[in-house]
Design a protein around this ligand. Structure first.
Ligand SMILES: Cc1cc2nc3c(=O)[nH]c(=O)nc-3n(C[C@H](O)[C@H](O)[C@H](O)COP(=O)(O)OP(=O)(O)OC[C@H]3O[C@@H](n4cnc5c(N)ncnc54)[C@H](O)[C@@H]3O)c2cc1C
Length: 447
């Protein structure tokens, strides 16, 4: 694989499949929200997704819960930091009995959800907002004219085609469109990203006993397994209970290269290695939990995500970069279009996960310029590939803030078109008013 040889690909005419106002690439929480928001604001919107369902990591990888929606105010109270389309999604899940109340693990809060029902709920939500969806279709190339994206080329079972949009929102998670358009980006911190994880669900779990375990207790159990010779790469984790009784969700694997370093998950060969290593570890952890963790004696893997979970690849350079120091200082810039209170959650080297919490009741704002791609006039980014430093992305990348970023990107894209201008020149006061009117949170109620 990967010889140095090249071969000429003949130029050819390809069909123009669509000419939407807004093209959103990637249907994870960011892309889904971006598409719904753009369509809601009146733009003809096309959402293109490589896989066969909406939801990205939420449905393809499957998560323990929707995180980053609430801030911890004190030992008892929570406060919302994400509303708008994130809240609409929670309401839709509640109607089909597919969500549980927020669950606390100390200072970590997640909202457990049913990832299977979520697939159907997201189809309905996209349709309700008037989003056109093209599944099983990948954005593979871009043509530019000056500072503008002229076309995004896609491939699917029908072959190759072009989409000619007025504005593109790159919510691919990996900055695929931005990278192919020549935008600058960083790969993690000096080329080293956070580790990904293969996610899995166990059935046959005594959820009463398992759910009573603290993270420290689980860690002690898994460290005992390591002491007894099991080569577990990670021992820091929590048990996520699911709306389905008897099922527990585990976020514990840590696939890495043979030398222990993280894979570069934007490299297809390493991505494949991570898939295989992640599955191998699922088997290892099933055994470790059965033997060492109370409540899991009869547990059995019932499901592994359709793909390995990717926390970080390309961080696309925007007009502004969300810095780690801004997050730590809980800065609230006047040009913010979303906010977050999630800790800096860093899956770096070693068997632990590094959590650094903001002070109780604190939050920070994300400026519009973190979504506007440097050097290009009609490209926005949303979600985990936003313009941020590695340390800041470790906080802003979870589902709640990603939905808020997507909602801002989609609304901003549609408003730019309506105003006949470009996202960079958008009236930010008008965008903020529109977002607030739609229920997005830019000033958390308790603050
Ligand atoms: C292992 C793991 C556990 C996590 N646990 C939690 C948790 O418990 N709670 C939480 O809130 N967050 C969690 N996160 C973080 C959260 O899932 C992600 O940060 C969030 O999903 C990012 O959203 P996104 O929309 O930016 O990207 P993604 O969810 O990655 O979605 C990107 C989408 O784009 C599609 N795509 C990619 N390239 C292309 C292309 N070229 N053309 C078309 N489509 C494309 C992908 O198929 C995918 O659907 C976890 C992440 C990982 C990896």
């Amino acid at each position: 694989m990967n010889t140095r040889r090249t071969i000429h690909e003949p130029a050819r005419e390809v069909p123009v499949l669509a000419e939407p106002d807004v093209l959103v690439v990637g249907a994870g929480p960011a892309g889904l929200a971006a598409a719904c928001a753009a369509a809601r604001a009146g733009a003809a919107t096309l959402l293109v997704e490589s896989y066969g369902s909406l939801g990205g990591t939420l449905t393809l990888v499957t998560l323990g819960g929707l995180c980053g929606i609430h801030a911890v105010l004190d030992d008892e109270r929570l406060g919302r930091v994400v509303g708008g389309l994130g809240l609409e999604l929670e309401d839709r899940l509640a109607k089909v009995d597919a969500i549980l109340p927020p669950r606390r693990h100390g200072r970590i809060v997640g909202v457990p959800y049913d990832s299977v029902r979520l697939k159907i709920v997201l189809d309905e939500m996209a349709a309700a907002h008037g989003v056109e969806v093209l599944l099983h279709t990948s954005a593979v190339a871009v043509s530019t004219e000056g500072r503008r994206i002229a076309a995004v080329f896609v491939e699917n079972k029908g072959g190759r085609g072009a989409i000619v949009p007025r504005i593109v929102v790159d919510a691919s998670g990996d900055g695929d469109v931005a990278a192919r358009a020549g935008a600058a980006y960083e790969l993690g911190l000096a080329g080293e990203t956070q580790y990904g994880s293969a996610m899995f669900r166990l059935t046959g779990v005594d959820t009463a006993r398992a759910g009573a375990l603290s993270r420290a207790q689980i860690r002690a159990c898994l460290e005992r397994a390591v002491a007894e010779g099991m080569p577990l790469p990670r021992t820091a984790t929590g048990v996520h209970l699911n709306p389905i009784d008897g099922i527990a969700h585990l976020n514990v694997t840590k696939p890495g290269r043979p030398d222990g370093s993280p894979f570069d998950l934007s490299d297809p060969l390493q991505l494949g290695d991570a898939e295989r290593e992640g599955r191998r570890q699922v088997h290892l952890y099933e055994e470790a939990f059965r033997r060492h963790v109370p409540g899991f004696e009869r547990a059995r893997v019932v499901d592994i995500g359709a793909r390995v979970g990717v926390r970080e690849t390309r961080l696309v350079r925007g007009d502004r970069v969300l810095t780690e120091s801004q997050v730590r200082a809980c800065e609230k810039p006047a040009d913010r279009i979303a906010c977050s209170a999630w800790p800096l959650e860093n899956h770096g080297r070693g068997r632990t996960t590094n959590w650094e919490f903001l002070p109780d009741g604190q939050w920070y704002g994300i400026p519009w310029g973190c979504l506007v791609v440097e050097g290009l006039d009609n490209l926005l980014v949303a979600g985990r590939n936003l313009s941020a430093e590695h340390g800041a992305q470790a906080s802003v990348r979870v589902a709640g803030p990603c939905m808020a970023l997507g909602e801002a990107a989609g609304t901003g894209a549609a408003m730019s078109l309506a105003a006949g201008g470009e996202p960079r020149a958008l009236d930010l006061g008008a965008l903020q008013s529109r977002l607030r009117a739609e229920g997005a949170i830019l000033d958390p109620a308790w603050a």
